[in-house]
Write a protein that binds this ligand. Structure first.
Ligand code: GLU
Length: 281
């Protein structure tokens, strides 16, 4: 693969999870990391590539702001936390993006947004207009109105759905693991990182099953494989890389990174709303 393969991409979705945004010991926001993430994204934008960020953290940030000592359990407590946290998260992002002369916008979605033809089209139009205006959309699940029936449930899947909706040609999942391994690397020292996945066949699904549990976020390896299916069938390459150092983003665009690349397999019969209806939850 040529070293400028990723630099030729036109539109990229980057997903970061709550565990990558917070200090492990305290659960408070890691501003240093957030600032670096924002700088990396602005630099991708400055290369003429459309950038969209899917960021979790609403519930975790809200919980801290409210002062709950335990993670919220009930749905309405989670929704209340998300209400406070999403606003605080966006305030932080908008401030940081503006320091690099970029404007960020907020897009909150539920499964209903994708299943209803009018809302899906409206969301798509909004994204297109945001890109046209040079704005970086920051997406999350609309946690304050989502309950079980309406939830995507995890942001790995959400980010792939967004990639499909906006016709992105690259999706990057920043995880707390280097990528897909042949077996669980925490249990099997011989487990090897899979660098490229050409086909999502039975072997890959079996590897994903044995790797599950090695990722502490909402989405384990299986949700990442669902994301890979959605992204690759929609015509986007997908990368799983370790977000411990978000500098991995520029290394990806330099073509020199550690991670797993799932190659795109555009399929004209793949219809995202049908897939969500049949396969999500
Ligand atoms: N939407 C949730 C939040 O922002 C997180 C979902 C996830 O981590 O996948 O708190």
């Amino acid at each position: 693969m040529e070293s400028d393969y990723f630099r030729k991409k036109k539109r990229v979705v980057v997903k970061i999870g709550s565990s990558s945004l917070n200090h492990e010991a305290t659960g408070n926001l890691n501003f240093g990391k957030l600032e670096k993430l924002v700088r990396e994204l602005c630099d991708i934008r400055n290369q003429g590539i459309d950038v969209c960020l899917v960021s979790s953290g609403a519930i975790a940030v809200g919980r801290k702001a409210i002062g709950l000592t335990e993670p919220p359990e009930g749905i309405s407590t989670k929704q209340a936390c998300a209400s406070v946290g999403q606003a605080r998260l966006m305030m932080t992002y908008q401030k940081m993006f503006s320091e690099y002369h970029q404007t960020a916008g907020q897009v909150l979605m539920t499964k209903g947004t994708m299943l209803n033809n009018v809302s899906r089209k409206n969301a798509q139009n909004t994204f297109e207009e945001l890109f046209h205006l040079g704005v970086i959309p920051i997406v999350n699940e609309n946690d304050t109105v989502s309950t079980y029936e309406m939830q995507f449930g995890d942001n790995d899947t959400l980010s792939a759905i967004v990639a499909s909706l906006i016709g992105a040609d690259l999706l990057i999942l920043l995880s707390d693991i280097d990528g897909l391994f042949t077996d669980d690397p925490h249990k099997n020292p011989e487990a090897e990182l899979v660098k490229v996945v050409d086909e999502l066949d039975g072997d890959v699904l079996a590897m994903a099953k044995s790797s599950t549990g090695s990722d502490v976020g909402t989405g384990g390896m299986e949700t990442k494989i669902t994301a890979a299916k959605i992204a690759t069938l929609s015509g986007a390459d997908m990368i799983i890389a370790n977000g411990a150092d978000v500098g991995i983003l520029h290394r990806i665009f330099e073509g020199n990174f550690v991670g797993t690349l799932f190659k795109e397999h555009w399929n004209e019969d793949f219809y995202i709303a049908d897939f969500i209806e049949k396969s999500i939850n």
